[in-house]
Design a binder for this molecule. Structure first.
Ligand code: BES
Ligand code: MN
Ligand code: ZN
Length: 512
């Protein structure tokens, strides 16, 4: 899809030749403030007659209106015009955007839209037009090819926000696509190929990737990761992506994404109902791929490393058994009491590996616990961090990107249940507080690096009739990464340097 930002008054929008003109109308643009142009007159009339209202969800479709060049016109109520309301208004017209006869659409704001609202509009339209076809050739891709986003003035803020939104939409689409592909079409090897393809397509010396196979991972001593993979015929992959947009000595932000391409539970087998949804258990990995796709487009001045431990969790004669004790890369031993708590095992070794990049910040994303779904549902991802500045920066980024998270506790007492008589720790701690105890397990592998964990079990995909990946938390991560530009301080030479490199969090649109 091709998005174009254009300075368009309401009068000019009415003259744009297209198949569909979407007009977002907010309360501040209510009668009196509307112009005397064709669209303004129409909106005022419809409001007066009670045929249209401005709350989100209200729509008034029209056809071949004199003085308007577009064939179809759709008025959309946008409430107060906030980013969230604009997103919701556009999400509600997916059917029209996907209509057969719509190849070119124009979006017009009948109010002074803030940059965040323009970004939200781009993401909402892109989201509405995504169609999964990889294993469903009969699904028709949308006809819509061109979307002109009309704003009052092409200010620098509007233009840069727009470019970011287009790049973000591309990253989100990539994450959705890879998470949606079934496990036999998204194996660890295929995920590694996807990472290579992103790097090759970028044609940029700033991007590179390294793929580690079973032999290299064994050499690194990643006993926890290998234990999960050993029950599968699919060889594991440790995918390492690099984006270098800043000076070499600037400490990178390291992103780690859980890449379980299918989670049967292993010997601690899951029940059959909805087990198919465990193909989404690489949603964290998909978000890393999505972020790198966006970085390739935006080329910001930061350094980023992406790590994806990818494998299947299968029951098999060779599979790891409850009670088995393995030695992680960190040297700590783990008693695997439940083979279904596999995400923390693969992540523990990837987090240990991350230390070699001396990260300014380390953030992992994982569809880690059903307990997090119970706690927060599908609206907010769980955010765990002992580092206040990092937690606040991520929370603010999530709010701004409409990809919100909620901070959860990390008191040391939550780790009590992880004690084991046979190893340095067990991999589970009972049902209570399951999302927190999983985070406490991960924390044992990060040392003193500023670290945050996002449990995206409830947010990475939707179940039921709308079953499919959401592309979250690509928006949150991208927003966070872009806010770090220019904040990095070169690491000190001395050994064991801590890295308090996060300056104050920028103020973000509180309305978002
Ligand atoms: N991938 C699952 C978590 C999950 C479950 C995400 C349901 C979304 C929906 C993870 O590997 C898992 O199985 N976690 C267990 C942990 C338990 C054994 C301590 C869980 O949440 O039940
Ligand atoms: Mn599991
Ligand atoms: Zn899992």
């Amino acid at each position: 899809m091709d998005f174009e930002l254009k300075a368009l008054s309401a009068a000019a929008a009415a003259r744009e030749k297209c198949d569909l003109l979407l007009v977002l109308v907010s309360e501040p643009a209510a009668p009196g403030t509307l112009g005397s142009d064709a669209i303004g007159a129409l909106v005022a009339h419809a409001l007066k007659q009670g045929d249209f209202a401005l709350s989100v969800g209200k729509q008034l479709p029209m056809y071949q209106i004199p003085a308007i060049a577009a064939r179809r016109v759709l008025l959309l109520g946008a409430g107060q015009g906030s980013a969230k309301e604009v997103r919701n208004a556009l999400a509600g017209c997916a059917e029209v955007l996907k209509a057969k006869g719509v190849a070119k659409a124009v979006l017009s704001f009948a109010f002074e839209a803030e940059a965040t609202a323009v970004s939200a509009a781009v993401q909402a339209i892109a989201d509405a037009c995504y169609v999964y076809t990889h294993t469903k050739p009969q699904a028709k891709p949308v006809k819509l090819q061109k979307v002109v986003v009309g704003v009052a003035a092409k200010t620098t803020a509007a233009t840069s926000g727009f470019h970011t939104a287009v790049a973000q939409a591309e990253g989100v689409a990539m994450a959705r696509e890879w998470a949606n592909r079934p496990a036999n079409h998204a194996t660890p090897t295929l995920l590694a190929d996807a990472a290579k393809a992103i790097v090759n397509a970028a044609k940029s010396t700033r991007m590179s990737c390294k793929i580690h196979g079973p032999a290299e991972v064994a050499k690194l001593g990643m006993g926890a990761f290998m234990a999960v993979a050993q029950g599968s015929r699919e060889p594991l992959r440790l995918i390492e992506l690099h984006y270098n947009g800043a000076a070499k000595n600037v400490a990178p932000i390291v992103l780690v994404g859980k890449g379980i391409t299918f989670d049967t539970g292993g010997i601690s087998l899951k029940p059959a109902a909805e087990m198919d949804e465990m193909k989404f258990d690489m949603g964290g990995a998909a978000s890393v791929l999505g972020v790198f796709q966006s970085l390739a487009r935006l080329q910001p001045a930061i350094n980023v490393v992406g790590l994806i431990p990818a494998c299947e969790n299968m029951p098999d004669g060779a599979a790891v058994k409850p009670g088995d004790v393995v030695t992680s890369m960190s040297g700590q031993t783990i008693e695997i009491l439940n083979t279904d708590a596999e995400g923390r095992l693969v992540l523990s070794d990837a987090l240990s590996y991350a230390a070699r990049f001396k990260p300014a910040a380390l953030v992992d994303m994982a569809t880690l616990t059903g307990a997090c779904v119970v706690a927060l549902g599908g609206l907010r991802s769980g955010l765990f961090s002992a580092h206040d500045e990092l937690a606040q920066a991520l929370q603010a980024a999530g709010d701004a990107a409409l990809d919100p998270c909620w901070r959860m506790p990390l008191d040391d007492e939550y780790a009590d249940g992880l004690k084991s008589n046979f190893a340095d720790m067990g991999n589970v701690a009972g049902r209570a507080g399951g999302a927190v105890t999983a985070a406490k397990f991960l924390q044992k592998f990060v040392g003193d690096i500023p670290w945050a964990h996002l449990d995206i079990a409830g947010t990475a995909w939707k179940s039921g009739a709308a079953k499919g990946a959401t592309g979250r938390p690509v928006g949150l991560l991208l927003q966070y990464l872009l806010a770090q530009q220019g904040k990095a301080v070169a690491p000190k030479k001395a050994l064991g340097t801590r890295s308090p490199r996060h300056a104050a969090v920028p103020a973000v649109d509180a309305k978002a």
